[in-house]
Design a protein around this ligand. Sequence first.
Ligand code: SF4
Length: 246
Amino acid sequence: MNCCKESPISERGLCKEHFSEWLENSVAQTIKEYSMINPQDRVLVAASGGKDSLTVLKILKKLGFNVTALCIDEGISNYREHTIVDLEKFCTEHDISLSIKTFEKEKGTKLETLNPTHPCTTCGVWRRDLLASGAKDFDVIATGHNLDDEAQSILMNVFKNHPMRPAPVLAANKAFTKRVKPLYFISEADIRRYAYIHDLVSVFTECPNADSTFRRTIQNFLENRERETPGAKERIVRSYALSLSS
Ligand code: SF4
């Protein structure tokens, strides 16, 4: 079924314009349903400059929220420098204040110079630390976690017998400002389409360390499940979200 005379760009049968409208409305609905952001909130968007964080920035700005961007530069060559270029361009064009914190300045070394055995562990701890300290003057942190990320996190927790934490909203605690995930129910494929339509990124790139992670193993597993039973990832996330409210 096509929505109008334009060519559909996704299996939803929507043209570019109606697809964008659908995605933006879905995000607005998630924000409202989970009381993620109040109109007067100062929102810090954790922005890498990849498709997810630029989509969050674009939609929150369009919805009229007071957004500022914070980028954490780990110092990973042939990766972060590309996304930072896109982020700086976007923030300049949309009049969004951007600050960049680097591992080199804040932690004394770039991640790749440190060369830890498990780079993602060090990276994760340092990123959280810098995000937490950078958000002290804000009411809420918005991140670009999407439905695929969340389905992966849920399964990773199951396989590792870890406590479940991939909720759409994480309440404020001593260490962290309230964190929200406006793209919680939006698939990576749809975000990729949205970013492409709106020319948000110059290159779709990924951290070179991502290939050797447990997350990648789970991601591959889920992609296989999705091919065999379409909608598998969404069912995992919706089922988990439902369990949070029951
Ligand atoms: Fe950091 Fe690992 Fe993510 Fe790369 S894949 S940005 S090293 S957590």
